[in-house]
Design a binder for this molecule. Structure first.
Ligand code: LLP
Length: 428
């Protein structure tokens, strides 16, 4: 079921705009796709929860037996709060990080989580904190591909993981610290094209296979996430069923090299949630600038969501499909810039091009009061929202397959924003 315009209108009346709305049936379908794709023995799927850490969604993952990839102490605590079990037998929550910040070490130790270290000194840091369990190593294999350069997670310009040529030294350091390396991990791109995913993962499986003699205690490898989502051509999505063969082939390469059972994991984030969520906003004005010597004039649809809600267009020039409810593009369109409420000229959802300049979208002319929706906002949408301009995060709504709806997080208030402020003296 996709969410009808009339449902979105009713929800807007109930919870106000802007708000996020998730199609629960679609999320369950996506979970089922991944479960089917990893159904063969020796394969395990995780959810990279950074994509969408709402308790409701984490609980769905837990119910389906999808494990978790967490990147902060608080993400791990959110996964525990949603019901995912602690401990490393099996390591349901894997803690992947480049830096142990805040409560990270404490959470890893207290809950016995599997740390997946992305930087060599983390071995000593774990040992110094008294950690005695198994570890995983995140490798930068020297290649990879993201949807934009800032999302490229493998190669010389990537900050992630331990450079592949440093692994001998890392293996020796782990042994010296008495930490068994039970997993090797790599995430080589978020959102590459599907063929690149095939090529990269096959190559990665070969690299892992070659590393097995260095890590005799190995029981698992993780091929990371990165199943692409097509934000522009929404009806042309990756069918994941054929990826089952790719993962089975990768597993074969690794198990053959090891001569024993090795679990092969994947950890998509975007795939589970990207298409399920719509950010619903209201048009507050439609105004124009005129062309002059500096540039061309534009028509601006001023909406109540901004990059504090959905930052992807401002941050990466990402495309999100836009519709104006009740207005049919077949009746005529014109170039419209969709801009938000923030005191930032970059608070524009229609961006693109090499310099990420204004990129007006062909849309029906909106009117004040219309609902304007941004599609495919489920991955890195609410998750990356902020409190800039002290606006407060917008509420999240979950709609079940039977059309019933549930508020899964309310709109943040001024009290929420002021909560961390104190005037506590610091003893120096
Ligand atoms: N595993 C690791 C270790 C990762 O770093 C990531 C994403 C994933 C899995 C999941 O990748 P996915 O399947 O979702 O592509 N904010 C950006 C994406 C950054 C992703 C960072 N790591 C965006 O909005 O596109």
């Amino acid at each position: 079921m996709s969410l009808s315009d009339s449902l979105l209108r009713k929800l807007a009346d109930q919870v106000g705009t802007p708000f996020w709305v998730y199609d629960g049936g679609l999320i369950r379908q996506r979970i089922a796709d991944i479960k089917a794709m990893t159904a063969a023995p020796g394969l395990q799927a995780r959810f990279a929860m950074k994509a969408c850490p709402a308790t409701k969604i984490l609980a769905e993952m837990n119910a389906a037996g999808i494990w978790i990839d967490a990147v902060s102490g608080n993400e791990a605590l959110r996964a525990l709060h949603a019901g995912h079990p602690a401990g490393n037998t099996p390591p349901v929550i894997c803690f992947t990080a480049d830096v142990f910040r805040d409560n990270a070490l404490e959470v890893v130790l207290k809950h016995g989580l599997l740390p997946n270290i992305g930087s060599p000194a983390m071995i000593d840091q774990l040992a110094a904190a008294g950690y005695k369990g198994p570890i995983s190593i995140r490798i930068n294999p020297g290649f990879g591909h993201g949807h934009v350069n800032t999302c490229d997670t493998g190669g010389p310009s990537s900050k992630h993981g331990i450079w592949h040529e440093d692994l001998k030294a890392t293996a020796a350091a782990a042994e010296k610290a008495g930490l068994d390396v039970v997993m090797l991990h790599s995430h080589i791109g978020s959102g590459p094209k599907i063929q690149e995913l095939h090529d990269n993962l096959t190559r990665l499986a070969g690299e892992f296979a070659a590393l097995i003699p260095l890590f005799p205690k190995l029981t698992a490898v993780s091929l990371g996430g990165g199943i692409p989502h097509n934000y522009r051509e929404r009806d042309k999505q990756t069918t994941v069923a054929p990826l089952a063969e790719l993962f089975a082939r990768c597993r074969e390469i690794i198990v053959k090299a090891a001569g024993r059972e090795i679990r092969v994991e994947i950890e998509p984030g975007r795939y589970y949630v990207a298409p399920s969520c719509t950010l619903v906003t209201r048009v507050h004005d439609v105004k124009r600038t005129q062309s002059n010597a500096k540039g061309s004039g534009a028509t601006f649809a001023m909406v109540d969501a901004g990059f504090v809600d959905l930052v992807r267009p401002a941050m990466y020039g990402s495309y999100h499909h836009i519709e104006i409810l009740g207005k049919d593009p077949a009746q005529g369109t014109e170039p419209i810039v969709v801009a938000g409420p923030l005191c930032e000229s970059g608070d524009v959802f229609t961006r693109g091009g090499a310099d990420e300049e204004l990129n007006p979208r062909q849309l029906p002319r909106p009117e004040i009061g219309d609902l304007l929706v941004l599609r495919d906002a489920g991955a890195y949408g609410y998750a990356m929202s902020s409190n800039y301009n002290s606006i407060g995060r917008a509420p999240q709504v979950w709609v079940n397959a039977d059309g019933s709806a549930e508020l899964i997080s309310r709109r943040e208030t001024i009290e929420d924003i002021l909560k961390p402020e104190t005037s506590a003296p610091i003893a120096l």
